[in-house]
Ligand binder design. Structure first.
Ligand code: FES
Ligand code: FES
Length: 362
């Protein structure tokens, strides 16, 4: 079990969750905030949509531990929001709901559209709503309701009191400086072997710039000084291009042939942030060398909802395979190719279609 502390509808909340607990389950079962509905539980239908750090996200595929330190707003947190009041009235007027199962997620996405795209035409509204499915197929009324609120002035209202979580929760966490890594951050273990002597492999790991050139999508923006690194990690997954700019500190232990890289970065395009700690050890493995790598990470913001184990494991295997091939090439004096993570698997193709709908890119 892992402890988490986050803000939900303006209230500081703490909880203890399994590493695999989704944000949706934490909200519904621990906080009794049942407005986020569960439909597909695989990131497709949008019924579970909530706001994470100001962006709509699917709570069924966001891990609760990955949301440690974030700000969550559920449909209950919009009770006194004037724009949401306009949307609720428009949904009623335009008969934009039948069974109502999709409505909480639909309203949160609609609120985001009306706030962000006041000039959206019908095609754009439909595209933006394409990540929310209505099994009653009431799309005509839904689109009409959203369009009727575009460009509307939001009435000034007295600030309503923050929504209260009706549950005996432990006392809020005292304000503390952000930790290097949140407790309970997911961890990945990857190993690969290189057909070279351990001394030669370790020599590459001692050269930060050499390691950076072997890492897919990594570029340094300044000369490393005393283990301090500044750079950028670019990830391209089909239509999604994220570039996390940030800094890292590299600490090496020559006697153990091991090291730790602690870093953090932010992608301004999606408003996502990542904090990570990479621990690696280089060990003899017969005539070859094995490299063991443990990655602990916390991904927040719009891309944080794709932090679920299967997705990250798939991505990590691709990165490790590319890094290993580049390292091998460098040790053999061959040119290291700049590699890009290619989407070959059915899993990634399915994921991209969801991402495309979510971000309206492609
Ligand atoms: S329950 Fe369908 S997207 Fe989350
Ligand atoms: S109103 Fe029934 S699922 Fe949308």
């Amino acid at each position: 079990m892992k402890s988490i502390a986050l803000t939900v509808n303006g209230e500081a909340v703490r909880g203890t969750v399994e590493p695999r607990t989704s944000l949706a389950d934490f909200l519904r079962e621990d906080l009794l905030l049942t407005g986020a509905h569960l439909g597909c539980e695989q990131g497709v239908c949008g019924a579970c949509t909530v706001m994470i750090d100001g962006a709509p996200a699917r709570s069924c595929i966001a891990l609760a531990v990955a949301c440690d330190g974030t700000e969550i707003r559920t449909i209950e947190g919009f009770d006194d929001d004037p724009r949401m009041a306009q949307l609720r009235a428009a949904f009623t007027k335009e008969h934009a709901l039948q069974c109502g199962y999709c409505t909480p997620g639909m309203l949160i996405s609609s609120h985001d559209i009306v706030s962000r795209l006041p000039d959206a035409d019908e095609a754009r509204v439909r595209e933006e709503l394409s990540g929310n499915l209505c099994r009653c197929t009431g799309y005509v009324g839904i689109v009409r309701a959203v369009r009727s609120c575009l460009g509307e002035t939001v009435p000034e209202v007295e600030k309503a009191p923050a929504f209260k979580v009706e549950r005996d929760m432990p006392a809020p966490a005292p304000a503390a400086p952000p930790a290097a890594m949140p407790s309970g951050a997911p961890e990945l273990l990857q190993s690969f072997t290189v057909a070279h002597r351990t001394d030669a492999v370790w020599a590459v790991f001692q050269d930060i710039e050499a390691v950076a050139t072997c890492m897919p999508g990594v570029s340094l923006t300044a000369k490393p000084t005393d283990g301090h690194v500044e750079g950028q990690v670019a990830i391209k997954l089909g239509p999604i291009a994220a570039a996390f700019a940030g800094t890292a500190q590299v600490t090496l232990d020559d006697t153990q042939r091991s090291g730790v890289i602690s870093g953090q970065g932010r992608d301004s395009g999606s408003g996502s942030s990542v904090r990570g700690e990479v621990t690696f050890t280089v060990v003899p493995f017969g005539a070859e060398t094995r490299v063991d790598v443990t990655v602990a990470y916390a991904l927040t913001g719009a891309l944080g909802q794709f932090a679920r184990g299967g997705i990250v494991n798939d991505l990590a295997s691709r990165l490790t395979a590319d890094f290993s091939a580049n390292l091998q090439a460098r040790l053999e004096g061959r040119a290291v190719e700049t590699t890009e993570i290619a989407g070959g698997s059915l899993f990634f193709n399915a994921l991209w279609s969801v991402i495309r709908r979510l971000f309206g890119r492609g």
